[in-house]
Write a protein that binds this ligand. Structure first.
Ligand SMILES: Cc1ncc(COP(=O)(O)O)c(C=O)c1O
Length: 342
């Protein structure tokens, strides 16, 4: 039934799944609309061993956060972007698409019912994981005929332990994350199972994460295990363009907008060469979990490259502060990105 929120030590939160009071649950059959749904106690679920998700990986998810702000409000950050990406991901995996209102209403219900698990202002956030699976039984390879949508939440601190330490990325020349016309741009669960082994190998040998190369042209970089990558060179900010194999990150879009509109930096969504990354002035990655995290070292088959003396760069720091400032309502939300949960 969830841990007692009064027992949580908000200062030592990591990025783990803690059991909370409740989760949202809805089901939908093929050809029907997502409409009903309710809060149920947090807990295990029963699945047919023949379910689509267990046999053929028919599942997609989202990740977003709720923040307790300086104005003592609870806010979501750009949840409509998660709703839109969820619609895109579900379409790609033949899962019934849910409309934005249904998705956001379900997020709000889940947050309100688990409000006691939201860390106090400045101590972290409530990570929100909407996930939808094919739960109907299938034997031949085809879409299931019934789907289950769950939203569970967990209070979280930082994704990487300790102070913001620039990451050491390992460029993998042995594995690709996603095929050019595959499912890399969907938040499909299978993309993450494919990333476990490369990530395991990298971490075992002392790296923080993997940097993937483009499967069609290995001179180009794609993204990190669970984050988008940016480079800054001569005051131009570049990130790989969305060509089908990269996840269109909400944070990626937010950083592009902040750099352009608030910092007057030239931004380019373009092909990014591995060589450019290794000789960049600043490198950082972005994501809901990692926020804006600097990269200090990159090791590829051409050796180790130190970025900005291994320290967080000035622009990286400014972008991170701007983004976090908006999310915590320490600065004005002039772009209208916050969605208060009353
Ligand atoms: C593969 C991958 N790329 C990028 C991101 C960043 O996306 P967002 O900023 O929406 O969290 C994520 C999710 O965190 C991811 O899993």
């Amino acid at each position: 039934m969830g841990i007692d929120p009064k027992t949580i030590d908000w200062d030592s939160l990591g990025f783990n799944a803690l059991e909370t009071k409740s989760m949202f649950k809805a089901t939908c059959k093929t050809g029907e609309r997502w409409s009903e749904g309710k809060l149920v106690p947090y807990g295990t679920i029963a699945l047919s061993p023949a379910s689509g998700v267990l046999n053929y990986g028919q599942g997609v998810f989202e990740g977003t956060k709720a923040f307790h702000t300086a104005k003592d409000r609870i806010v979501l950050f750009r949840p409509e972007m998660n709703a839109q990406r969820m619609a895109m991901s579900t379409k790609r995996l033949c899962i019934p698409i849910m409309n934005e209102d249904f998705f956001i209403d379900a997020l709000e219900q889940t947050i309100q019912d688990n409000i006691d698990y939201i860390p106090p202002y400045g101590k972290g956030s409530l990570y929100i994981r909407p996930i939808v699976w094919g739960t109907g039984p299938v034997l031949g390879v085809k879409p299931a005929d019934e789907y289950t949508f769950i939203i569970f939440v967990s209070p979280v601190g930082p994704y990487f332990k300790g102070d913001i330490k620039p990451l050491h990325l390992k460029v993998t020349h042995n594995f690709h994350r996603a095929a050019p016309k595959g499912i890399g741009n969907a938040k499909a669960i299978g993309n993450y199972s494919a990333s476990l082994y490369p990530s395991f190998l990298a971490k075992k040998t002392g790296f923080d994460e993997v940097l993937y190369l483009n499967a069609g042209n290995e001179k180009l970089i794609e993204e990190v295990g669970s984050a988008n990558l940016f480079i800054l060179k001569d005051n131009v900010l570049k990130t790989p363009r969305l060509a089908g194999s990269i996840l269109p990150g909400v944070t990626r879009d937010s950083v592009l907008t902040l750099a352009k509109e608030k910092m007057d930096i030239e931004v380019q969504e373009t092909d990014v060469l591995l060589d450019e990354v290794c000789s960049a002035d600043e490198v950082f990655c972005t994501g809901t979990a990692v926020v804006v995290t600097p990269v200090g070292k990159i090791t590829s088959e051409n050796g180790k490259h130190i970025i900005n003396d291994g320290k967080m760069g000035k622009i990286t720091h400014e972008l991170r502060s701007l983004l976090v400032g908006i999310q915590r309502e320490e600065c004005e939300d002039t772009l209208n990105w916050l969605h208060p949960v009353d």
